[in-house]
Design a protein around this ligand. Structure first.
Ligand SMILES: NC(=O)c1ccc[n+]([C@@H]2O[C@H](COP(=O)([O-])OP(=O)(O)OC[C@H]3O[C@@H](n4cnc5c(N)ncnc54)[C@H](O)[C@@H]3O)[C@@H](O)[C@H]2O)c1
Ligand SMILES: [Zn+2]
Length: 404
């Protein structure tokens, strides 16, 4: 015990720092359940002389949009009896935020995993958008304190960002990801074919995260995106896949080599633009997609960065223009609810604990952490965005001056 008078360790105390070995396996395929099927098989480790026991979980909308998928998975399984054994029928969860918003769905997932006698060497393969990956991923992280998870993201956002990450969770108390954990997935497979059925609305969303990470870490990628907005809108496969891959690799590098994979430090640099994004998502009752909210959050924070941190205003305008050309809009009525929106700052701080730390930009590729926010400048940034997006609306005055 520390000596309570000095708070210094005593001779009997033992503090040992240690690292936890982990491997993050990221694969890129064109047709995972067709000609690239070996990629999945190779990720599975047999359990002794027994094939890997696998339970497949599907996002309901992905399942519906891809009538061929179950049959193709069945074929892969039946062709590789020595490597893989499917332990139950396909499990389906509601697509999108619905599966993160109902805590009873989590309980059902755990029951199904238990009924199939999954153990720590079994695999859950989850195919779906970021919301499905987060929810099923959380269930695998707490079942037996960790069942092997293979994520197969089916949205651009999940392929470019969340699917590669080490976080999972569901929403509680009307707050995003209030319950969740850090857990390194066994593997992640980004398959190009699975993106084909994604709506245009969702397809653009991943590029908000790609813009984000490029502004923080890779000015060359930022230039590529800014010059390819037409091709991206037209879903030009070669251009889009390159941007998604680069974004995924930047996220992976940050997680594996950034020194703080489980966010123990104050800063969460990858959450640039996210303090307001998370709040806008919940204020809109998830009408706004995560990527749409991130685009708005980025626009707010680049305007703020240009006012307070020296980001050239021409760069801020170019970033906002790029987001608009990608198809994002900044006319969410929630931007007019200034008091609840500003409370997003405190909620963001609380989620991480400690001091408020926001990542902003001094320049493109030059992130900076700030610990205080000039409220007037932040409100002015929001006001400017609103006034150019919803010209007929008068921006409301703030009713509360305290951040609670
Ligand atoms: N864990 C993390 O680090 C992290 C990071 C960023 C975002 N997220 C979370 O990810 C979620 C957003 O994920 P998202 O943007 O991938 O969207 P989403 O999972 O909400 O999916 C959007 C919609 O598209 C459907 N869909 C998905 N793939 C499809 C396909 N190929 N064809 C047809 N329909 C398809 C889904 O069923 C859903 O209806 C949010 O909950 C966000 O908080 C998590
Ligand atoms: Zn995000």
């Amino acid at each position: 015990m520390p000596d309570s008078s000095t708070n210094q360790p005593t001779a009997a105390d033992v503090d040992v720092s240690f690292t936890i070995p982990a491997v993050h396996r990221l694969r890129f395929t064109d047709d995972l359940f067709g000609r690239d099927r070996q990629v999945l098989i190779d990720l599975l480790q047999a359990s002794g002389d027994q094939p890997a026991r696998v339970q497949f979980w599907l996002d309901e909308d992905v399942d519906r949009a891809n009538a061929w998928l179950r049959g193709a998975i069945d074929e892969v399984v039946s062709e590789h009896p020595k490597e893989i054994r499917r332990v139950s029928r396909f499990q389906v969860v509601p697509g999108g935020e619905a599966c993160k918003n109902d805590i009873h769905i989590l309980e059902r997932m755990l029951k199904v995993m238990n009924a199939a006698n999954l153990d720590r060497r079994s695999y859950v393969v989850v195919i779906g958008g970021g919301a499905t990956l987060d929810a099923v991923g959380f269930a695998t992280a707490i079942a037996h304190r960790g069942i092997r998870l293979i994520r197969i993201p089916t949205t651009t956002l999940a392929q470019a960002d969340s699917g590669v990450g080490v976080k999972n969770g569901v929403n509680l108390f009307d707050k995003k990801n209030w319950v969740g954990s850090f857990a390194v997935p066994w593997g992640v497979i980004n398959d190009a074919r699975l993106l084909e059925t994604l709506s245009d609305r969702d397809y653009k969303c991943g590029f908000a995260e790609a813009v984000k990470v490029s502004l923080l870490k890779d000015p060359a990628l930022w230039q590529t995106i800014a010059h390819s907005t037409d091709a991206i809108r037209q879903r030009d496969a070669a251009v889009c896949h390159e941007v998604i891959q680069e974004s995924a690799k930047l996220h992976l590098a940050h997680i594996t080599r950034g020194g703080d994979p489980f966010e123990n430090e104050e800063a969460r640099p990858l959450d640039f633009g996210h303090w307001s994004a998370h709040k806008l998502e919940s204020m809109s009752h998830y009408r706004l997609r995560h990527g749409e909210a991130v685009a708005i959050g980025l626009a707010i924070d680049v305007l703020y960065s240009s006012k307070m941190l020296g980001l050239p205003i021409k760069d801020a305008r170019e970033i906002i223009g790029c987001l608009m050309r990608l198809g994002f809009t900044f006319d969410a009525p929630e931007l007019l609810e200034i008091d609840p929106l500003m409370r997003g700052l405190e909620e963001f701080r609380q989620h991480l604990g400690g001091r408020l730390t926001l990542t902003m930009l001094e320049g493109i590729g030059q992130p900076v952490d700030v610990h205080t926010v000039d409220e007037a400048a932040m409100m002015q940034s929001i006001r400017e965005l609103v006034e150019c997006s919803i010209p007929s609306v008068a921006f409301p005055a703030r009713t509360s001056t305290r951040l609670e």
